[in-house]
Ligand binder design. Structure first.
Ligand code: V47
Ligand code: SF4
Length: 396
């Protein structure tokens, strides 16, 4: 089906020459250049991008759309940094407006999931001196002591850079100790836009692009996997996005340690960039598709539904996206505070499965490392069994 659509597109005589040459590269599984990518941003129609991105997506993942059962822990929203897009953080001097959880409070939150089939806890938040190296290594150890199989996906290079500097540890030393304490993987946050022309304006003071990339490189070399994000649709231009993705593609060539790329749409409520209009849903879909076409060495592209809303997440599955993150259970405030339509992001497994099925995709529950947990293609929620599943007799 996807091959058929690409073939029809390639037979189209009126197709612009450059777009045609890009389509031929996609058909031949050749990498597109930075100039090609900028050309796509500036000239390609949504339908054209959808055909190319879907072709790649179906070659890589077939009809599968992945999700997981997860929840977030945000240890604090107090932060020493003042990113202009951030609606969520409060300065140390505004401490009374925010929260700062203790290790015991975080463990109490985690224990609320004891009877639930979640596989991952995603931990990230603001940066404060108190939540330091000792705090996080103790937290990770206690989580693992309580529930060893729960995957800890935690903190970004923004937090680690601050923590390791304070503890006088190199990235390699610090990361090795975090892994020893129980860290399993690193989420993709803190990347924003790498180019200093933009980064200095929206995320001044926090770790640089080089430091962000170096932290991931060190982590990958220790045998671990991580994600990558790009915060788009604010003051950057298309070439800044291409520059950002090129640096990710280069590092992925070196280490192969990234699992998924997550474009994050800038939301403009309650922050210092509220005067900047948000981009349209069409631009969001074009951006998913272009990242799918450009990042040929990434296995997965994720649409984070709490950020863009469930309808757009459903549409994105026709524009290169093969992952829509997880159940969340209303445990993150970052996007609701910035104006997302999802003010209390929670989806049951059944709702997630129906969202995926209703756009003709196969819902696959994965763990954080993309091992299949349950194939929900033929699943009966009333009996909690796969349809056609034959129970084997128990041998005494
Ligand atoms: O780095 C903050 C973004 C990120 C806004 O790895 C905003 O699986 C838009 O990285 N508008 C943190 N974006 C979240 C993140 C993430 C989310 C889901 C899954 C994974 C993963 C990673 O959120 C920050 C920043 O880029 N962010 N404020 C805002 N107003
Ligand atoms: Fe702090 Fe992260 Fe918000 Fe920046 S985006 S102010 S680092 S919480």
């Amino acid at each position: 089906m996807n091959q058929h659509s690409l073939k029809i597109l390639l037979e189209e005589n009126s197709l612009d020459k450059t777009l045609k040459s890009i389509a031929v590269k996609v058909e031949n599984s050749e990498r597109i250049s930075d100039d090609d990518c900028i050309y796509l941003y500036e000239n390609a129609a949504l339908g054209f991008l959808g055909v190319l991105a879907n072709y790649i997506r179906e070659n890589k993942c077939g009809n599968n759309t992945y999700f997981n059962r997860n929840f977030h822990v945000e240890p604090t929203n107090i932060c020493v940094y003042t990113c202009t897009f951030c609606a969520y953080s409060r300065l140390i001097k505004q401490r009374e407006e925010g929260w700062e959880l203790s290790i015991e409070q975080i463990l109490d939150n985690i224990k609320k999931y004891d009877s639930k089939p979640v596989t991952e806890v995603h931990i990230t938040g603001g940066v404060v001196p108190k939540q330091d190296f000792a705090f996080y290594t103790e937290l990770f150890r206690k989580i693992k002591a309580h529930r060893p199989e729960l995957h800890i996906k935690a903190l970004t290079p923004v937090e680690y850079h601050y923590i390791f500097k304070k503890a006088k540890l190199s990235y390699a030393e610090g990361m090795a100790k975090m892994i020893e304490a129980g860290l399993d993987s690193m989420p993709g946050g803190g990347a924003e836009i790498f180019h200093p022309e933009i980064r200095d304006q929206i995320a001044g003071g926090k770790c640089s692009a080089e430091e962000w990339l170096s932290m991931h490189e060190v982590f990958h070399k220790l045998g671990q996997r991580s994600n990558a994000t790009m915060l788009y649709g604010h003051i950057e231009q298309f070439w800044h996005r291409v520059d950002h993705m090129r640096q990710l593609r280069d590092l992925q060539d070196k280490t192969g340690g990234f699992q998924t790329f997550i474009p994050l749409k800038f939301r403009n409520k309650n922050n210092q960039l509220s005067h900047v209009p948000e981009v349209s849903a069409i631009e969001d879909l074009r951006n998913y598709a272009i990242s799918r076409i450009y990042l040929d060495n990434f296995d997965h592209i994720k649409a984070y539904w709490p950020m863009i809303g469930r309808t757009l997440a459903q549409l994105s599955m026709a524009f290169g996206v093969d992952d829509i993150d997880g159940t969340i259970d209303d445990t993150t405030k970052i996007y609701s505070m910035a104006g997302s339509e999802e003010q209390s992001p929670t989806l049951t497994t059944e709702e997630l499965v129906n969202m995926i099925k209703s756009v003709g995709r196969r819902p696959i529950e994965r763990d954080t490392l993309y091992n299949v947990v349950t194939d929900f293609e033929n699943y009966d929620f009333s009996t909690n069994k796969a349809i056609g599943f034959v129970e084997l007799p128990v041998i005494q």
